[in-house]
Design a binder for this molecule. Sequence first.
Ligand code: NAP
Length: 301
Amino acid sequence: MMLTGMHIAIIGGDARQLEVIRKLVELDAKLSLVGFDQLAHHFTGAMKLPIGEVDFADLDAIILPVHGTTLDGNVNSVFAHEPIPFTEEMVQKTARQCTIYSGISNAYLDELVKKTGRKHVQLFERDDVAIYNSIPTAEGTVMMVIQHTDFTIHGSCVAVLGLGRVGMTVARTFAALGAKVKVGARRSEHLARITEMGLVPFHLNDLEKEVRDIDVCINTVPHLIVTASVIAKMPPHTLIIDLASKPGGTDFRYAEKRGVKAILAPGLPGIVAPKTAGQIIANVLVQLLYADLQKREENHA
Ligand code: NAP
C-alpha cells in the first residue's frame, strides 16, 4: 500500500502531526508542509513552504491539525511563530475531489466546507479513532488521579459517568488497578454491559445517592450532570476529573465554593502520549487516503 502520486498539504499542528508526516513520507506521498519552519528535522520528499506558495490546484488532500482552524480562520502550529491563514479562496483553487481532514470541526470550517463543496472528514468522529484514543485518555486519567490524591487507586471507590468509548476504557483501567468501580449510565443495555464487565452499575438518575461514598468521580458525559446538588452529596475529599469536551459536565463554580477539587482535563492523548496519538491519526489517515487514491485510479481507468 503506497501513496505514490498523491500530493498532500499538511498545515500546522503539534507533535502528533510529525507522526503523520513520517508515515506519509514512508509511503511516498508528495508533501507540502506549511507552518513547520521551526522544525529542524528535514523529511525527504517533503517540502516546507509558506501558505502563499502552496500549489492548491495540484492537491489531493489537505491535513489540518486536530482542532482544525481557529474561529477566525487561522491554523495554529507549534512549529511556527505565526498562525497560518486558511481561507475559502485557497480551497476554491483545489480540484473538486480534494479532501480536507481534521480531528474536529468548528463554525468557520463548517462554513468553508459548505461554501467550497469539498469533502471534509472529521477523524475524531470515527468510532475506531475514538476507541484507540480512549487508551491514552485512560492512562492520562490515571496520571491525573495519582497526581491529585494522597491515597492509592487500589482500594478506592471510583465512579465513572457514561459508558461510551472513553467511559468503558476508563472503567476497565481503574478496575484493573484494583479500584472499586461503579459506572453510571442511562441505557439499560449499558447497565447490562457494566454488569457483564464485573463492575457495579447504577442509573444516572440515582447519581446523587451514588456519590455519597466515592473517592474519585470521572465524568465522560458531555452535559452538565455533576451538578451542585450532586457535588453537595460527595465526601469533601472527592476528586472530580472531568474528561468531557469543554465546558465539561461539572458545576466547577460550585465545586470550588464547596472545596471539592474538580479538574477539567481535555486533550489528554496529545499531552501524555503525543507519539501514540499521532500514530492513531496517521494509521487511519493512511487508510482513507489510500481509498481516495484507489477511487481516483478507478475513475481514470
Ligand atoms: P461517547 O462514546 O459518545 O460517550 C458519551 C457517553 O455519554 C455515552 O455513554 C452517552 O450515553 C452519555 N451521554 C451523552 N449525553 C448524555 C446525557 N445527556 N445524559 C446522560 N448520559 C449522556 O463519547 P466518548 O468518545 O466516550 O467521549 C466522551 C467525552 O470525552 C466527549 O466529550 C469527548 O469529546 C471527550 N474526550 C475527552 C478526552 C480527553 O482527553 N479529556 C479524550 C477523548 C474524548 P447514551 O448512549 O445514553 O447517550
